[in-house]
Design a protein around this ligand. Sequence first.
Ligand code: 9MR
Length: 354
Amino acid sequence: MKYFRMPLVGLLSATLLVTGVQTAVADEAAPQAPLRTLAERADLRIGTAVDMAALADDTTYRRTTGREFNSVTAENVMKWEVVEPARGTYDWSGADALVRFARERGQVVRGHTLVWHSQLPGWLTSGVADGSIDAAELRGILRRHITTEVKRYKGRIQQWDVVNEVFEEDGSLRNSIWLQQLGPSYIADAFRWAHAADPKAKLFLNDYNVEGINAKSTAYYELAKRLRAEGVPVQGFGIQGHLAIQYGFPGDVPENLARFARLGMQTAFTEVDVRMILPADEEKLATQATYFRGLLDACLGTRSCKSFTVWGFTDKYSWVPGVFEGQGAATLTGEDFGRKPAYGAVREGLAEGR
Ligand code: 9MR
């Protein structure tokens, strides 16, 4: 077991110097090292979104989540509609279970997500729609939500996605309930409230289609620059990384990470998956592997990119087929947990390190 603590290159060359028997052991052992072991050597958190129903019911899923990853994100159970289904009535059972699971396995947790336009509780959206909740009250409700949730997990969440998906593709602010009711200052408020509740958690902006340099990622860059100049506690930029091979690999990913690093911010890939038009074939899976590797390499090439999370690791529970008709096969392993070329590509990338 002590072999796993050595750098891979050192491990192989060291064993080649000794007996043939040990070489054989090392050659077998090295490919078996789980992703998290390789990631630790590369000073990276390798994470997955976790489906809590699967975690409870599926032993292979549960074992793999614990073995391969050293970071977890709740796919749904930390979202507002889940944690406060009726006003003032909280359900932390799923979130607590995930935080416990992570603690038992030495994993960190990414908190996802505090302010979003989606998966809001019905009492909140209908209250705003029928006018029974006005803007001043809504602001208080948002503040209470952020404070309550962040405090509950104080010291146990490494990174929080404070605001999620607040820009449109053209770089204008999304016309959400938050923008409509509270104006653009809700973003700074959310970060200040989250920071007050857990000063040590790293606080992130998070969105999709912001891998490369484009209007949307530039809007984030400008927002982050302005907020930080104003002293608002924004420490990270989360790039979801929901890619599709039929649209091509985004350009300028390293340059995009670098400009956030120059602002003094962390970056993270937070929800990586790479879908394709079904059926999958060898060529598509090979392309998919290069996409995973491309994002991972961009992260490994940027010191301030410290976590890389996939949005589920098995096609068995992936959100993709339910949303994009005729598409899927987006994760590292198949429905039977069989490893795809993408798994090998991620493993190789981690083994090569930074
Ligand atoms: O994977 C999540 C799926 O189970 C939910 O039904 C869906 C609800 O909108 O949210 C999915 O996760 C999303 C994440 O929270 C934010 N970025 C996009 C993800 C995929 O839709």
